[in-house]
Design a protein around this ligand. Structure first.
Ligand code: AHG
Ligand code: MN
Ligand code: MN
Ligand code: MN
Length: 334
């Protein structure tokens, strides 16, 4: 296969970056890649198989679970269980963390926090959805891993990534040494390196926010939206507004083209809507590794000390120059 580098080949090649790792993290990343291909197969057949619509259940977030939410959740837990490298899965779709209790996992040293299907509202309307994952090393040295092994700051992540099931299916991930993107080639069933060493532009002209919530935004966010809409040739304003309702889709676009994604506090989400452990921390790790920034408007996302499994935070993430303007307005008008 001339010039093609598969995810598996890349992971093995990069293993030398981790002298202490004996291949467990590599296997874990491959396990996630396998589950992503299974989810991708269902996403691509959605409409032809009974995978659309809601599952008739409500998750701890108070959201009606879509059938694909439940299917993806099951697939990732199953792949992580059989892979044997993970001792706990913390997922959006389960109330509590899921201890992986299988013979092969008894010495597993990794924790996986996952949003199995991000952008559920887009499933039935054929707009890009995703999966977001975050990997930690367990802190406890013996006995059964506990919640304290899960509630680690974002700076403790050993890896983070997302899958975007869009016009093509891509996996983008980091292990703390840059960001690389792999596109699924369905003809060989492999994720192939397509976006080596991804870097977010320092500045941009795209802002992503659900402006429908404008009246409920903090003053600093309202001021930023007005700033984005002012005519100013020198700073290429007015900016373009792009918001698709999938965090993965909005951030992936901004990662490539430059931009800022904001999900601030609102009256219905006084702590923000997006979840720290399996949405904001992994996306913040990836964007920082690509040269971007991520904060809650005031403090770095990766420095937030988690206290609850499904805790939420507001997030301002993307091109450094754009996030700085928004943060300055948040400080000025707070
Ligand atoms: P999920 O589908 O995993 O629950 O996440 C949905 C999130 C995120 O993907 C998206 O950007 C945001 O919710 C959209 O929220 P609004 O519909 O409130 O704008
Ligand atoms: Mn959800
Ligand atoms: Mn999500
Ligand atoms: Mn989700």
């Amino acid at each position: 296969m001339s010039g093609i580098k598969t995810l598996g080949q890349f992971i093995i090649e990069k293993q030398s970056d981790f002298p202490y790792a004996k291949g467990e993290l590599s296997r874990l990343l491959r396990d996630i890649g396998i589950a992503a291909k299974i989810v991708n197969r269902e996403v691509n057949k959605a409409g032809l198989v009974d995978i659309l619509g809601d599952a008739g259940t409500v998750n701890i977030q108070g959201e009606g679970q879509q059938k694909l939410d439940v299917f993806a959740n099951t697939q990732f837990i199953s792949a992580l269980t059989s892979g044997g490298e993970c001792c706990i899965v913390a997922t959006e779709e389960e109330d509590e963390f899921v201890p992986i209790d299988s013979p092969v996992s008894k010495n597993a040293k990794y924790i996986v926090c996952i949003d199995p299907l991000d952008g559920s509202s887009n499933i039935d309307v054929n707009v890009a959805v995703g999966t977001i994952f975050s990997i930690y090393r367990r802190k406890s040295v013996d006995g059964v891993a506990t919640l304290q092994d899960v509630l680690q700051k974002g700076t403790q992540q050993v890896a983070a990534g997302y899958v975007i099931y869009g016009s093509s299916t891509m996996m983008v991930y980091t292990t703390g040494k840059g960001v690389n993107g792999f596109t699924l080639d369905p003809s060989i069933g492999e994720f192939c390196l397509s976006h080596p060493n991804m870097k977010i532009p320092e500045n941009g002209t795209i802002y992503s926010i659900n402006e429908g919530n404008y009246v409920h935004f903090p003053e600093g966010v309202k001021k930023y939206i007005k700033y984005a809409q002012v005519e100013d040739k020198l700073t290429s304003r007015p900016y373009t507004s792009r918001y698709i309702g999938s965090m993965v889709g909005d951030i992936h676009r901004n990662l490539i083209k430059g931009g800022i994604y904001i999900y601030p506090t609102t009256s219905s989400s006084p702590n923000g809507k997006l979840r720290l452990l399996y949405e904001c921390n992994p996306m913040a790790f990836i964007v920082e590794q690509a040269g971007g920034v991520a904060s809650d408007g005031f403090n770095r996302i990766l420095d937030i000390e988690p206290t609850e499994l499904h805790q939420r935070t507001s997030i301002f993430i993307g091109s450094p120059a754009m996030v700085k303007v928004a943060e300055d307005l948040m400080v000025e008008f707070s």
